[in-house]
Design a binder for this molecule. Structure first.
Ligand code: MRU
Length: 343
């Protein structure tokens, strides 16, 4: 791929600023964990797996910045670093998964000189990033067989290389089918209000010369009714034990439309997106974002000042609408509770 979403370089975290795409391809360097937390909140980096990688690198940066005379003081301050990063975005469980993994590694390193602990945390964060890339490729391999030759695949939001360490989950499946020589076309929902589909999915697919057509969110039903959509593939932010899946707001509507038209609806996600502690999707915390994201586009008001607004960033698609969940460890279909637990 011709871009890096996030990387650790020279003791800093370098991120492609996704708020500026597709107009500008700008990389920003972060050298303290608070600015990484702000970047996660502000959508500089977004997408569940990429948020996890950013949080892990944030913990490693935070550890390096700690001034402590004792191990006790170091671990207390590290706990604070983790809390700040955990308070950024509530829905994507990969954030919490990555922070927990970093804490576990820090626990294993306890007793070693502080320099060695910091080096170990840096290595762990880089490992999370590299593993994510390998996981996305495995998801792609496992899902590619579901995409028929000549398919038109509808996707929502951006679950691509930009939302992961590279390659993507939903777009990973599409990339793998394309690399296998299948002719695949993508229909990208624009994905209001942040326009991840219009700004990001189209950008990265066009870079890879994968045919993509942009539509507004309210056109999906039209194209399904016309028989123009073969299947839908989307990503996930959190999957409950029964298979209910939180993903970008609007995903639920796409899934209901797909069922009405008899179109397969697939969710592609790494196992780090599973939250088997939650029985059903109704327990998934849904992030509500600022009202200006709905009332304004690029600083321009599109609604009367003072209008009441709701802005949930995610919705939950009940498992009964999902044809299969594609993970790096294989496909889950039918009895999700059993299948996901077995993974
Ligand atoms: O608000 P965002 O842009 O972080 O939401 C992203 C999504 O909903 C993605 O579909 C999901 O995180 C999966 S990314 C592989």
């Amino acid at each position: 791929m011709s871009f890096r979403t996030i990387e650790w370089r020279d003791n800093a975290v370098i991120m492609l600023d996704q708020t500026r795409l597709p107009v500008e391809e700008r990389y920003t360097s972060y050298s303290d964990y608070r600015s990484v937390a702000e970047a996660i909140k502000g959508m500089v980096v977004r997408g569940a797996p990429a948020i996890g990688v950013a949080a892990a690198m944030g913990v490693a940066l935070g550890a390096r910045g700690i001034i402590a005379d004792t191990q006790e003081s170091f671990f207390q301050q590290l706990e604070n670093v983790c809390d700040v990063l955990a308070r950024t975005r509530p829905t994507a469980v990969n954030l919490f998964w990555a922070i927990e993994r970093m804490k576990r590694r820090a626990g294993e390193l306890k007793g070693q000189p502080l320099d060695a602990i910091c080096a170990g945390l840096q290595a762990e964060a880089i490992a999370i990033e590299q593993e994510d890339l390998a996981i996305c490729k495995a998801i792609g391999r496992n899902g590619a067989a579901l995409i028929p030759q000549g398919a038109t695949v509808l996707t929502h939001c951006n679950a691509g290389g930009l939302a992961t360490a590279g390659y993507g989950t939903a777009l990973g499946v599409i990339r793998a089918a394309h690399e296998a020589g299948k002719q695949v076309r993508v229909v990208a929902d624009e994905t209001r209000p942040w326009l991840q589909g219009a700004r990001l999915t189209t950008w990265e697919l066009m870079k890879d010369a994968i045919p993509v057509t942009l539509i507004t969110d309210n056109m999906a039903g039209f194209f399904m009714a016309q028989g123009e959509i073969t299947c839908c593939v989307v990503g996930a932010d959190r999957i409950a034990a029964n298979g209910d899946t939180a993903n970008k707001i609007g995903t639920y509507g796409v899934a209901v439309l797909a069922k009405e038209h008899g179109i397969p609806f697939y969710v592609a996600a790494p196992c780090s997106t599973l939250d088997l502690t939650l029985d059903t999707g109704s327990q998934i915390p849904i992030e509500e974002r600022p009202s200006t994201e709905v009332t304004h586009i690029r600083g321009q008001a599109i609604a009367p000042e003072g209008v009441q607004v709701r802005n949930p960033a995610f919705d939950v698609t009940p498992a009964r609408y999902i044809t299969a969940i594609i993970t790096e460890r294989g496909l889950v279909q039918g009895n999700y509770r059993q299948g996901l637990a077995a993974l």
